[in-house]
Ligand binder design. Structure first.
Ligand SMILES: [Ca+2]
Length: 167
C-alpha cells in the first residue's frame, strides 16, 4: 500500500513538471495568445495603408518587446486566428500582414524575417495572388486565406510579437 502511495505521489509530481514545462506563452497587453504559441494584436480602431500599419505595429511594441506586422508559418495558427476573428471579433474583412512581393514580382517574402511566404493551398485562397505588379502586399483576406492587396488601400491589420522563445 505504501509503495502505491509513493507511486501516486511520484506520478503527480511528474505530471506537474510536465505541465509546467508545457506552460503557455503569456502575452503582454493588449496582445492575445493565438494557437498556443503566438501573440497577436488586432487594433480594430485602426484602418491604414500597409506602410502605416507596419509603422503602427512597430511603434506600439509593448515595452521590452518587438512587434511588427504578423507573419504566419503554421496553418494551425492561421486557423486559430480565423476562428478568433470570426467568432470573437465578428469582423471578417481584409487584414494587412507582413508579407510582400515588392522586391521581386511573384516572390513573396516576410518583411521582418526575410523568409519565404508559403505559396498555394492551404495558405492562399484559390487563384491568389492575382494582382500582378499592382498588388504587392499580403492580407489575410475576408475569406480567411492569404490574398495580395494594393498597398494604398486602408485595411485593418494584425501585429505580432517577434521575440518570444517559441517564435
Ligand atoms: Ca505582386
Amino acid at each position: 500500500m505504501k509503495r502505491d502511495v509513493l507511486l501516486l505521489v511520484a506520478t503527480l509530481i511528474v505530471g506537474a513538471l510536465v505541465s509546467l514545462s508545457m506552460a503557455q506563452v503569456s502575452c503582454p497587453e493588449p496582445y492575445i495568445l493565438i494557437g498556443n504559441t503566438t501573440c497577436l494584436y488586432i487594433p480594430l480602431d485602426q484602418n491604414s495603408t500597409w506602410d502605416d500599419a507596419r509603422d503602427y505595429c512597430i511603434t506600439h511594441s509593448p515595452p521590452g518587446y518587438t512587434a511588427d506586422l504578423a507573419e504566419f508559418l503554421e496553418c494551425d495558427v492561421m486557423s486559430s486566428l480565423w476562428n478568433y476573428i470570426a467568432y470573437n471579433l465578428h469582423k471578417r474583412t481584409n487584414y494587412w500582414i507582413g508579407g510582400s512581393d515588392s522586391a521581386k514580382e511573384g516572390t513573396w517574402k516576410w518583411v521582418r524575417s526575410g523568409t519565404d511566404v508559403h505559396m498555394g493551398v492551404p495558405f492562399w485562397f484559390t487563384g491568389q495572388p492575382d494582382g500582378g505588379t499592382l498588388e504587392n502586399r499580403l492580407t489575410v483576406s475576408e475569406n480567411g486565406y492569404f490574398g495580395d492587396g494594393l498597398e494604398t488601400q486602408h485595411y485593418n491589420f494584425i501585429c505580432k510579437l517577434f521575440d518570444l522563445p517559441e517564435n
